[in-house]
Design a binder for this molecule. Structure first.
Ligand SMILES: Cc1cc2nc3c(=O)[nH]c(=O)nc-3n(C[C@H](O)[C@H](O)[C@H](O)COP(=O)(O)O)c2cc1C
Length: 182
C-alpha cells in the first residue's frame, strides 16, 4: 500500500475489541514512527504503555483531578477501560538554545500521528483521546512524569470489531488550505 493510500484509508475507531498488539509488535512501529522530522534530533518524546491495572489507576487519577463523586465518578473511572492498551504520548522537553518548546512539542505530536497511522495500517483500531484532565497533577503523577514532561493524550488501541463501518471521508477542500505567496 502506498503512503498516500494508507493515509487516505486511515480512520479513528472509537470502539475496539479487547485484542491488542503486544510489546514486540509495537517496537518496530515505534522505531518507524521515530523517523519524523526532529530538529537537532532531540527525541523530545516518549511513550508509555498502559495495560491492565494501570488503566484503573488512570481512571482513579481522572476522578481525583475532577473532584467528581458518585455515578459521575464511576463513569469517569471507567473511561480508560475502553481499550486494553492505551499508549500515553509524552512530550519530554529537552534543554536547547536552538529548538524552542513549540518545535519539540510538534515532534512529539508527529510521532503520535505517525504511530496512529502505522497501527491503522497494521489493522489495529486506534483513537487518540485527551480531555481537560490530561495535564492535571494527579494524572501527571500517575504516569510518573518528570517535571520537563507533559502529556499529549492517549492512543486507545484495540482490535477492529467484525462489523466495522468504513466511513467514506467527506471530500476535503485542499485548495482552501493551501495558499501561495509569490
Ligand atoms: C491531540 C488529540 C486529542 C484528541 N482528543 C480527543 C478526545 O478526547 N475525544 C474525541 O472525541 N476526539 C479526540 N480527538 C480526535 C479523534 O482522535 C479523531 O481524530 C476524530 O474523532 C476524527 O476522526 P478521524 O481521525 O477518523 O478523522 C483528538 C485528536 C488529537 C490529535
Amino acid at each position: 500500500m502506498s503512503a498516500l493510500d494508507a493515509v487516505l484509508r486511515r480512520q479513528s475507531h472509537s470502539k475496539v475489541t479487547a485484542d491488542a498488539p503486544n510489546r514486540l509488535q509495537l517496537l518496530p512501529l515505534v522505531e518507524a514512527a521515530a523517523s519524523v522530522a526532529d530538529h537537532s534530533g532531540l527525541k523530545p518524546w516518549r511513550l508509555i504503555e498502559l495495560r491492565g491495572d494501570a488503566r484503573l489507576r488512570l481512571g482513579s487519577a481522572f476522578v481525583e483531578a475532577s473532584g467528581t463523586v458518585g455515578r459521575d465518578a464511576e463513569k469517569l473511572a471507567a473511561k480508560p477501560l475502553r481499550a486494553s492498551l492505551l499508549i500515553a504520548v509524552v512530550f519530554a522537553h529537552q534543554p536547547s538554545f536552538k529548538v524552542p518548546a513549540w518545535e519539540q512539542e510538534a515532534v512529539a505530536s508527529g510521532v503520535a500521528h505517525m504511530l496512529s497511522l502505522l497501527l491503522d495500517e497494521a489493522g489495529w483500531g486506534v483513537f487518540w483521546r485527551s480531555g481537560h484532565l490530561t495535564r492535571s497533577e494527579p494524572v501527571h503523577r500517575m504516569h510518573e512524569l518528570a517535571p520537563n514532561e507533559q502529556l499529549l493524550g492517549w492512543l486507545y488501541i484495540g482490535g477492529l470489531p467484525e462489523r466495522t463501518k468504513s466511513e467514506q471521508r467527506k471530500r476535503f477542500d485542499a485548495a482552501r488550505h493551501l495558499t501561495t505567496l509569490t
